[in-house]
Design a binder for this molecule. Structure first.
Ligand SMILES: NC(=O)c1ccc[n+]([C@@H]2O[C@H](COP(=O)([O-])OP(=O)(O)OC[C@H]3O[C@@H](n4cnc5c(N)ncnc54)[C@H](O)[C@@H]3O)[C@@H](O)[C@H]2O)c1
Length: 87
């Protein structure tokens, strides 16, 4: 099973990546700030902004599932600036 996790370097995404790896999944991470990740040895990591065109990555990786956790985390910021993707 191949699973692509956006925001995989974040608070929730990183826990999901670890759990998927523990269950034997093939994990692909998309995160524009993956430098803090300590699990790059067991996940394929792309340092990309998910608001850009991801066609080539999906074509190459062919994930069966996508778990989306790359997002603007602040509710108040997202209400004030709904087009702002990142915090
Ligand atoms: N943490 C919570 O308690 C909580 C509760 C409910 C819902 N959520 C939601 O879960 C999601 C993730 O929350 P979190 O706490 O893990 O946040 P986080 O900030 O720790 O992680 C988000 C990750 O997404 C990445 N990211 C953000 N925008 C990106 C983009 N455009 N392209 C690529 N990467 C991008 C960041 O680099 C970061 O690593 C958010 O949608 C949040 O609103 C979180």
């Amino acid at each position: 099973m191949k699973v692509l996790v956006t925001g995989g370097a974040g608070f929730i995404g990183s826990e999901i990546v670890r759990e998927l790896d523990a269950r034997g999944a093939d994990v692909v991470v998309l995160d524009y700030a993956p430098h803090a990740m300590d699990y790059q040895q067991y996940a394929t990591v792309y340092a990309v902004d998910v608001s850009t065109n991801l066609h080539d990555i999906f074509e190459r990786e062919q994930p069966e599932y996508v778990i989306h956790h790359a997002a603007q985390v602040s509710v108040s910021t997202s209400m004030k600036q709904p087009d702002l993707m990142v915090s």
